[in-house]
Design a protein around this ligand. Structure first.
Ligand code: T5A
Length: 216
């Protein structure tokens, strides 16, 4: 009896409004057209419990400010639930998992952005995900102003409220971008895409990357 090969785990990373959600759905459609089973999920979130945690994390105004360590631990609490309930079962069934943000966002936002100790984040990462790493991380990179303008344009169009991260200052997002670029420079699973390109150009590059991942 042959068992399904493990599915590929692909994460989409980058700052606010760089096009992760838009391109993750494009990739899912592309893979589905190649007869590959795929799910799209996101962090924080992806299960009912993790989505409850997401609501607390993203709510712009709490009666008491959330301290950075609570924010960090809630990110990993949501991730633990998401991994056990969604990501690992799908991968073991041979389904590809496309995840909108994962632990690299924690390193970039809570580590580089908030200034929390990177080695403590590594310890939590090992505790929660063991040796699991994405097969590929697609980093959409753009100047902060470009992403923020796009995110703002989308909020105006949809009427959605600004979240607790989007109200941060420019310097915070510059540190986050630096965090992602540092990770990309030191981990071979990263592919950096220039997110200032047109969607057509980005998606042409994505198709090449997905094809490479399909190869046995
Ligand atoms: N967080 C998350 C942490 O701090 N630590 C963690 O560990 C994790 C997992 C989550 C927040 O949580 C933080 C980071 C985040 O602040 P979110 O809503 O999931 O919040 O993340 P956001 O980055 O805020 O998601 P956005 O939906 O704002 O941005 P996307 O998904 O990158 O952008 P998208 O696809 O919605 O595009 C925005 C607009 O731009 C247009 C789109 O059509 C859309 O209108 N667009 C383009 N227009 C022109 N050219 C292009 N190339 C375009 N690409 C997109």
């Amino acid at each position: 009896m042959t068992s399904n090969p493990r599915g590929k785990f692909i994460t989409f990373e980058g700052g606010e409004g760089v096009g992760k959600s838009t391109n993750i759905h494009w990739c899912a459609d592309w893979l589905t057209a190649q007869n590959i089973d795929v799910i799209v999920t996101r962090e924080p979130g992806g299960t009912p419990i993790a989505e409850l945690i997401r609501n607390k994390l993203l709510k712009a105004h709490h009666a008491e400010p959330m301290v950075p360590m609570a924010e960090l631990l809630l990110m990993f609490a949501a991730r633990a639930q998401h991994l056990e309930a969604v990501i690992l079962p799908a991968l073991s069934q041979g389904t590809w998992v496309l995840c909108d943000r994962f632990t690299d966002s924690t390193i970039a936002y809570q580590g580089f952005g908030r200034g929390l100790d990177l080695s403590s984040i590594e310890t939590l990462k090992t505790l929660v995900q063991g040796t699991l790493e994405p097969d590929c991380t697609l980093l959409l990179d753009a100047p902060i102003e470009v992403g923020m303008a796009r995110a703002h344009g989308r909020s105006v169009a949809t009427g959605e409220a600004t979240d607790r991260f989007e109200i941060e200052q420019l310097a915070f997002f510059e540190r986050v971008r630096d965090g992602f670029q540092t990770l990309a420079a030191t981990h071979s699973r990263f592919v950096t895409l220039d997110a200032t390109q047109t969607l057509d150009d980005i998606q042409a590059e994505l198709a090449i990357r997905l094809n490479l991942l399909r190869a046995p």
